[in-house]
Ligand binder design. Structure first.
Ligand SMILES: NC(=O)c1ccc[n+]([C@@H]2O[C@H](COP(=O)([O-])OP(=O)(O)OC[C@H]3O[C@@H](n4cnc5c(N)ncnc54)[C@H](O)[C@@H]3O)[C@@H](O)[C@H]2O)c1
Length: 250
């Protein structure tokens, strides 16, 4: 599957991440179908894509998205509670809750339903991609990768693409191009058994562990650590909720 063949993107799970990914993909010009479990959840996904703080309505209001483009993007998004609604998608991005056995189960189910040439990607925050792909057919494994977006998806600019030893170069190239069409920068990351997290979450977790140790050892307060990193390293936010100088919180 090459980028020019990608017309329709399926999203499994229309929560915080799935709704955001669906939104940016529709704005990028792809047809999008979002599958979640109930009509109520789907209603709330539809609302948040349009009305939430990072939704399309706001993009129109601040002049980032022309009104016509917003209408066209909304029309490109459909919703379903039936997993068979994803059968003809070219790329399926999974964004169900962060439980390894659930992800393995939903991909095994998708494998039987979705056309064989389609690419599968997981938006896991950090599970080993090869383990998520455990139960899909060997023939699909070259079309299986990670695609890790950040929250809120319409705002955050990075999407890590993670490849396993089985992932083909064509799959990596296509997912990179899909994310770039959605205006993301795309670091490429090697899947690594025995780890959790790719680039961003591993580095952040390591820094956070060190910050907690500074607090624990009485070396600095949480407020001063945040202020130090914001002022000294230009971090936009701290670890503990601080956004500005010492003592300022909002
Ligand atoms: N929230 C974040 O900040 C963030 C950031 C990056 C990555 N992630 C990852 O994205 C994934 C989704 O996280 P989220 O925050 O969007 O979760 P969420 O709970 O907001 O959404 C998950 C959605 O999946 C649905 N779901 C559950 N089982 C399903 C199934 N079998 N088929 C279809 N839909 C199903 C749920 O009803 C729910 O709407 C997780 O793997 C998470 O680790 C989250």
């Amino acid at each position: 599957m090459k980028i020019d063949d990608v017309k329709k993107i399926g999203i499994l799970g229309g929560g915080v991440m799935g709704g955001g990914i669906g939104q940016v993909m529709a704005v990028a010009g792809f047809d999008v179908v979002i599958r979640d479990l109930t009509d109520e959840i789907i209603e709330s996904t539809r609302d948040s894509i349009f009305e939430s703080k990072w939704g399309m309505k706001r993009s129109v209001e601040v002049g980032k998205l022309p009104f016509d483009a917003c209408l066209e993007a909304m029309q490109r998004i459909s919703f379903t509670t039936d997993v068979r609604g994803l059968a003809d998608c070219d790329v399926v991005i999974e964004a169900v809750p962060e439980k390894l056995d659930l992800k393995q189960k939903v991909f095994a189910e998708l494998d039987e339903i979705v056309k064989p040439e389609a690419i599968f990607a997981s938006n896991t925050s950090g599970f080993v991609i090869e383990e998520i792909a455990k139960d899909v057919l060997e023939s699909r494994k070259q079309q299986f990768a990670g695609m890790h977006f950040f929250n809120p998806v319409p705002v955050m600019k990075t999407c890590e693409v993670i490849y396993t030893p089985q992932t083909s170069q064509e799959t990596v190239d296509t997912l990179k191009a899909v994310a770039e069409k959605a205006r993301k920068t795309v670091p490429i990351v090697k899947d690594m058994p025995g780890t959790y997290g790719f680039i961003v979450n591993r580095i952040f977790a390591a820094a956070r562990r060190e910050a907690d140790k500074l607090v624990e050892d009485g070396i600095a307060s949480k407020e001063d650590i945040d202020a130090a990193m914001i002022g000294g390293r230009n971090w936009p936010v701290g670890f503990y909720g601080q956004r500005g100088g010492i003592g300022r919180q909002w």
